[in-house]
Unconditional design. Structure first.
Length: 760
């Protein structure tokens, strides 16, 4: 929200009371309490008839400092995010300067005027709140608290959820408010009031309600954020690198769960408004198998239930007379099943009356159940603050899981009204974003309960801070165009810089029907994403219906087969990347800034990314096959052909529809499984290690270690490999010997003997 009219004046109806002077500072062991006066106190009379702001500095975790600003303390505490905190830090005040230390991060504040709160890590200034930064804003009778943190020269800001505009947020105005706006607007399904700076720190505004940010826009030298009400909390999270910031941030807000190995395979949907039944499903499933296209998950979209009845959690008997038998038959084909749900109950649903009468749905302030005709006629919204409603909702899901369903696509969760009453009395405005968190948690937890910790997964659209704990998330309603394909990628990269480890999107675009070239380009991109799903609105997305060229290497079937098989072989590599997402919060799909934070050329790159730590992917966003991408320093190797490409420069190339830039990073060891048909196998059997030792001269020592996983949890296989240079040879050693080998990209493979393999 913008309050000022240029630098000197405020907008009509706005009165600004800024922190002008630090009146006093109290140090109490592990916190600083600062009283900020909104005018300079020259004599005692200046303390009368004037507002103050109480600023409390604490350390909720190592390397993290929380700033709590209060105007009127007696106001109701707003809903905030669940944080994993501990009592950390130490404070001091020498009569002039107050200091709060949390690991290598410090907050410093000086007594007197002007107001200046600064944050320093390892002696390096990060950001600061200075003159006309912290303030109480009175806007036509509404109270806001407002903070501005300084931006340095060349500083770039990222994150704030899944946003489809430019990856760098400088110059943008962002409202943290979940909305069903598609991928081509400033609205977002997943709003996260956390931003990451290339200077090596992040900021979380700890308010579940509407947060307004101006990133180098209203004040071009600062990031401004404001919230309605009498209190403001924000946390400064230290680095020094962007990965370190995400590590600390996801420690606070929750780590992404590890996802099952089978989820990395291909997902195929019935699509939204298409006609389908078991015969159609079998035609699609068998067609994929006949054409050699790997398939791991089949997804039933909305119309598995009867129209006007969503969600009654009941198979439409006109179309699926034997759902339990059908699910069993699909499982016999080694498939998992996902079904579409949302948190709304249509009035026609047989369970609506029960939900309404028992208070399981949101209520109107004047009494009765809140209902709307938007989406489903007369629908109500499940009140996930009511434990009985959660148990009731989960009971219906538990029944579906018992029938043979494996997971759920948790659609919607953004269209949440504010003129309603919640069971626990929560503020409906601050529950608007938080609603989806409660919704996805309820679904994820029941899947985890029934299927087990190692099998729990959802396919979610909406989220906010902490939602990364319940993967996977997908990018929402894109359109069938190259422009939308590019904006979809920007959304995924932005989400990854907001703490989300796993992400997917609709291959081919949701709205409209892609032409054959676009479908093939999007297929290559989609299969080199964290998770891969064919899905659309009113047309099927099986490759042989896109074109009928089943025999050519350039047909849709051939492209889907090639990249689907490649992804299946990449499963051990993706499992390792997924474990890193779970343990440190580093996303599987990584913006270049995460892996190359010291290379100034990567700051604005949003048309390429790293899949895991070592594979650079540059999707082709043009029908003519032209693609331009940046390679950091070193000798990179094409995974598909084995050619070497020297980095430290921009590269412009032409690629046919069965290809794209896919390069192995200098110094990388990329494991490839032997199986091309599925990702959930014993990857140690027939393993190949693709080695690119080009980051060191041949005469220098070079060694890398790589962990190979076949899954996670009980029964999962793993082994550690040491890959090193021995003279002119590359040698790999491990305690196991299961027929694995070494390769250079595009080169040959040798069998192992006694856990040892050599490639000359």
């Amino acid at each position: 929200m913008k309050f000022s009219d240029g630098y000197w004046r405020m907008r009509d109806g706005v009165e600004a009371l800024y922190a002008r002077e630090v009146f006093d500072v109290e140090s109490t062991g592990n916190q600083l309490v600062v009283l900020a006066a909104t005018k300079v106190v020259a004599h005692r009379g200046d303390t009368l008839n004037a507002a103050t702001l109480t600023v409390t500095l604490t350390a909720p975790a190592p390397g993290v400092i929380k700033v709590r600003v209060e105007h009127h303390k007696g106001s109701k505490e707003p809903e905030r995010f669940e944080l994993n905190t501990s009592e950390e830090g130490s404070s001091s005040f020498d009569g002039t300067t107050g200091v709060l230390r949390s690991g290598s991060l410090e907050a410093r504040i000086d007594l007197g005027a002007p107001w200046n709160l600064s944050f320093v890590q390892d002696g390096k200034p990060l950001t600061s709140s200075g003159l006309r930064s912290l303030g109480l804003m009175l806007d036509n009778g509404t109270t806001y608290l407002h903070e501005q943190l300084a931006l340095g020269v060349g500083e770039t800001v990222y994150g704030l959820g899944e946003r489809f505009g430019p990856l760098v947020k400088n110059g943008q105005s962002v409202d943290i408010w979940n909305a069903d706006g598609g991928t081509s607007s400033e609205q977002a399904y997943k709003n996260v009031p956390f931003y990451l700076s290339n200077r090596g720190y992040g900021v979380l505004v700890n308010d579940a309600g509407p947060v307004s940010l101006e990133i180098g826009s209203e004040a071009v030298e600062r990031v401004q954020f404001s919230v309605p009400g009498e209190t403001l909390e924000y946390l400064v999270i230290g680095g020094p690198g962007p990965k370190d910031v995400l590590d600390r941030y996801t420690r606070l807000t929750g780590r992404p769960a590890q996802v099952p190995a089978w989820s990395y395979g291909t997902w195929l949907s019935t699509s939204f408004t298409t006609d389908y039944g078991e015969e159609t499903v079998n035609h699609f499933v068998d067609g994929m198998a006949e054409r050699g296209i790997p398939l791991s998950v089949f997804h039933f979209d909305c119309f598995w239930m009867r129209e006007y009845s969503w969600c009654d959690f009941t198979w439409d008997p006109r179309v699926f007379p034997d759902p339990v038998g059908m699910l069993k038959r699909l499982r016999e084909k080694d498939l998992r099943v996902c079904v579409w749900i949302n948190p709304y109950i249509g009035q026609r649903a047989a369970i609506f009356d029960e939900a309404s009468e028992k208070g399981y749905l949101l209520r109107k302030p004047g009494g009765g159940t809140y209902q709307t005709d938007l989406w489903q006629a007369g629908m109500g919204l499940v009140d996930f603050t009511n434990p009985d409603a959660v148990a009731w909702y989960q009971g219906h899901l538990r029944r579906l899981l018992a029938e043979g369903v494996d997971c759920f696509k948790t659609d919607f969760g953004e269209r949440v009204p504010t003129d309603v009453i919640y069971h626990d009395g929560a503020d409906p405005e601050r529950m608007h974003n938080l609603y989806t968190h409660l919704y996805n948690r309820a679904v994820f937890e029941v899947v985890e309960e029934v299927r087990g910790h190692d099998e729990a997964i959802v396919f979610a659209r909406s989220a906010t801070t902490g939602g990364q704990q319940f993967p996977v998330h997908w990018g929402g309603d894109s359109t069938a165009s190259y422009v939308s394909m590019a904006e979809t990628l920007r959304g995924g990269l932005s989400l990854g810089l907001s703490g989300f480890g796993f992400w997917s999107h609709d291959i081919g675009g949701f709205e409209g029907t892609p032409d054959t070239a676009l479908f093939k380009r999007w297929t290559a991109f989609g299969m080199l994403s964290s998770h891969s799903r064919f899905h659309g609105n009113n047309s099927y997305r099986v490759p042989w219906l896109v074109d009928d060229d089943d025999s050519s290497d350039f047909g849709a079937v051939a492209v889907a087969r090639k990249f689907g098989r490649l992804k299946a072989r990449l499963a051990p590599y993706l499992l390792a990347a997924g474990r890193e997402a779970h343990e440190r919060g580093t996303p599987v799909m990584r913006p270049m800034i995460l892996e190359f934070p010291d290379d100034p050329a990567v700051a604005y790159l949003d048309r390429q990314y790293l899949l895991g730590p070592d594979l650079l992917v540059a999707p082709v966003f043009s029908p003519d096959g032209e693609v331009e991408y940046y390679l950091p320093e070193g000798d990179w190797v094409r995974l598909l052909t084995g050619e070497t490409v020297t980095g430290g420069r921009w590269v412009k190339e032409h690629h046919e529809v069965d290809s794209l830039p896919l390069l192995v990073r200098p110094g990388a060891v990329v494991p490839l499984g032997a199986r091309e048909d599925r990702p959930d196998t014993d990857h140690l059997d027939g393993l190949t290690l693709v080695v690119n030792p080009s980051d060191a001269p041949a005469e220098d020592a070079w060694e890398r270690r790589v962990d190979i996983l076949t899954g996670h949890g009980e029964g999962a296989g793993s082994a550690e490999f040491s890959v090193r240079r021995d003279g002119g040879r590359i040698v790999a050693e491990s305690s196991i010997a299961n027929g694995w080998g070494l390769a250079r990209p595009g080169g040959g493979r040798v069998a192992a003997e006694n856990g040892r393999a050599v490639l000359g």
